[in-house]
Design a binder for this molecule. Structure first.
Ligand code: ADP
Length: 484
């Protein structure tokens, strides 16, 4: 066997044993040799291919201008990938087209210049890439994929909208074009640090992050980083959320809160000043009525007497209302909490209410209550209002009132339960509103401020108050006071 034949045979053997598809093409575009993998991949017999133009194996869409490209290759012959940056498709014997990656390697032979094309079927990879692209497109966040050098290799539509660039303007360029100039320098360091220890994490924890859009405007962002391996090397997927609206909402909320605090303070001061200032004229009105009664003496007309009694009642009621309103506006003015012994506090409230208790023949039972860190004056008012109501809103039976206490992990929960007139379910939420009463003053005396007081006091202690009641069967008020 001649040496040339031997060489050719060993060359063929070598090509055949290569797992990938290899095609040897001459300068005129004719297939000179194909290996076994090519037969399998393209479903042709070797004899059917040798001597055919290579365009036979190229998808119809590309085969038209392929001869030109082929000539270009032989003019400037060098190893390179074919159709870089474009999706390439090859064609099988049956006409089926499939995505491929092709490497071109020049070969100078005695028969002239040739090229060995190595063809890789990338159908599987393309499917997963397409799925990845679809997932990236469908997320509401901006997604930017960069390589280790910070070059943008993929973006989704949301990114284009967010930054105002077209896809062509971003792909192949450095991620730095989306980074504000003030942090560009540090950003390179951050990127290097990340590359050294790539892990899924948020970017810039503890820092306010800003991005730069095409028209030079910086906007606040939140960025999540996920490293991954792709066929073309290590990449990082940056998921970007434009938080301009959220930041604005936060700052609006902060402004509203500040304004609300100022307004609340104003209202508090206003009701305090108004009720305080109203007290004096009402007092002098009472004085004048007394003087008038005295001046008119005993011989006064019965009608006038009646009028004076009415005026007197009204001014007394007005005085009571003003006092209650003043007390209401004062709640929370005492700024310090202290250790309050609730057993002693309730005992002293009951002593103050002893007249009312005796008059109504009321039976009060108090269980062990305990000590709590609280605003003492307010706490006293709270018990006083609830016990007073429990006796006042009685029915024909003698009032019985039970005061109990349970411990909670944050503080104490107290209950005051009576056997009085009860409250219908539809009225239960109204009673805590200021000036809200369910009865006329002729049925039960009062101003409708007591429970509003109670609500304000428990809120001052970061607690809550609720009622459980059945009309005609009594009521149970339960409130919780938090220790701090
Ligand atoms: P006031 O006692 O001055 O009327 P409150 O604010 O203390 O005002 O109470 C509001 C209303 O809630 C009362 O008018 C009454 O109708 C109802 N209420 C309060 N406590 C009781 C109770 N223990 N039993 C039945 N009704 C009650």
């Amino acid at each position: 066997m001649s040496k040339a034949i031997l060489n050719e045979l060993s060359f063929q053997l070598m090509l055949d044993s290569t797992p990938g598809s290899l095609i040897l093409v001459n300068e005129d575009g004719y297939i000179v040799y194909v290996n076994r993998s090519t037969e399998n991949l393209f479903q042709y017999q070797r004899e059917e291919l040798i001597g055919q133009k290579i365009e036979l194996l190229i998808a119809a869409k590309f085969s038209g201008h392929h001869p030109e490209l082929r000539n270009g290759f032989f003019d400037k012959i060098q190893s390179r990938a074919m159709g870089k940056g474009r999706d390439l498709y090859a064609r099988k014997k049956g006409g089926e087209e499939f995505p491929v990656e092709i490497g071109l390697n020049p070969l100078i032979t005695v028969q002239g210049k040739m090229v060995i094309a190595s063809v890789i079927d990338i159908t599987e990879r393309k499917i997963s890439e397409d799925q990845f692209k679809m997932a990236v497109q469908s997320t509401p966040n901006g997604i930017v994929v960069i390589d280790k050098k910070g070059i943008i290799t993929m973006v989704n539509n949301q990114t284009l909208k967010m930054f105002g660039y077209s896809e062509e303007e971003l792909l192949g360029n450095s991620i730095d074009m989306l980074v504000p100039s003030s942090i560009k320098k540090q950003h390179v360091h951050y990127r290097n640090d990340f590359n050294e220890k790539p892990e899924m994490r948020s970017m810039g924890i503890g820092r306010d992050l800003y991005a730069l859009n095409k028209n030079g405007t910086e906007f606040p962002v939140e960025i999540g980083l996920s490293p991954f391996e792709s066929h073309s090397g290590s990449k990082v997927l940056a998921s970007i959320i434009d938080i301009t609206a959220r930041k604005k909402d936060e700052s609006d909320l902060q402004n509203y809160m500040e304004q609300l605090t100022i307004k609340n303070e104003e209202i508090k001061n206003f009701s305090y000043i108004v009720s305080h200032d109203l007290k004096e004229p009402v007092k002098s009105l009472n004085g004048i009525i007394k003087l008038l009664e005295f001046e008119l003496g005993k011989n006064v007309d019965n009608n006038i007497k009646e009028y004076l009694i009415h005026i007197n009642r009204s001014t007394t009621r007005m005085e009571r209302l003003i006092t209650d309103l003043l007390d209401y506006s004062k709640i929370g003015m005492e700024k310090t909490r202290s250790e309050v012994n609730c057993d002693l506090l309730v005992a002293s409230v009951l002593e103050d209410l002893s007249g009312l208790i005796q008059k109504n023949n009321a039976k009060i039972t108090v269980s062990k209550l305990g000590v709590i860190n609280a605003y003492e004056t307010e706490l006293r008012l709270l018990f006083q209002n609830l016990i007073n109501n429990a006796i006042k809103f009685r029915n024909s039976e003698n009032p019985t009132v039970q005061i109990t206490c349970n411990k909670d992990k944050n503080g104490l929960i107290f209950s005051i339960e009576d056997n009085g007139i009860g409250i219908a379910p539809e009225n239960q939420s109204k009673i805590f509103e200021i000036f809200s009463r369910l009865h006329s003053k002729d049925e039960f005396e009062g101003t409708g401020i007591g429970l509003a007081h109670c609500k304000k006091i428990v809120e001052l202690h970061n607690g809550w108050i609720k009622i459980e009641s059945e009309l005609g069967k009594g009521s149970k008020f339960t409130f919780c006071l938090n220790q701090s």
